[in-house]
Design a protein around this ligand. Sequence first.
Ligand code: CA
Length: 219
Amino acid sequence: MRIAVVEDDDSVGEALVDALSQVGHAPVRMRRGADLLLGHREVDLVLLDLGLPDDDGMTILRRLRGVSQVPVVVLTARDDERSVVRALRAGADDYVVKPARLGELRARIEVAARRRRDVSGADDQVVESGDIVVDLAARRVDIAGVEIALAPKEFEILAHLVARRGEAVSRQELMDAIWGDAYVAISRSLDVHMTSLRAKLGRPDAIATIRGYGYRWSC
Ligand code: CA
């Protein structure tokens, strides 16, 4: 598993990288929260220190959760209950206090990764909503048995919403997933593609707009 080791302390970071490599993981060392916000798509799980040089880990975690559901295990010297509760509420999957026992840390990493896989239902490749059938692997959409032609970005928007059907998906998450950056000024692109996608689907209510937040697949 590719694991981001977000840790500014070199001795701790190197020890973690060594320990995780030895048990077959592929650790990616990052020293700043900003590195994680740019590189989270390249990893399967995040090990996150809270005391980071550029921004507090708690702030980084909240920003990450705005765009990604990657599993996060917080690993920090902060052992007060308030910090634990805040981190879990901000979207951490688990919280381990330093110095960590390596066997326990490995087990918690595996549990966090497994739990997230169970929730995401990764093998759900064909999604049917009424008479709309979306084949995520074949990148094909049929409505009432007729295939409709979507541009690649339109399909990606649709696939992302359908995979999370019933859930609100933020504009930032969509932009991050499809254009690779949640924070550049490309929001017009999203609007343009969304308008065109809705027109092709011909179902005005299939994609609900959540004002001030994003969208939800509601077929
Ligand atoms: Ca630190």
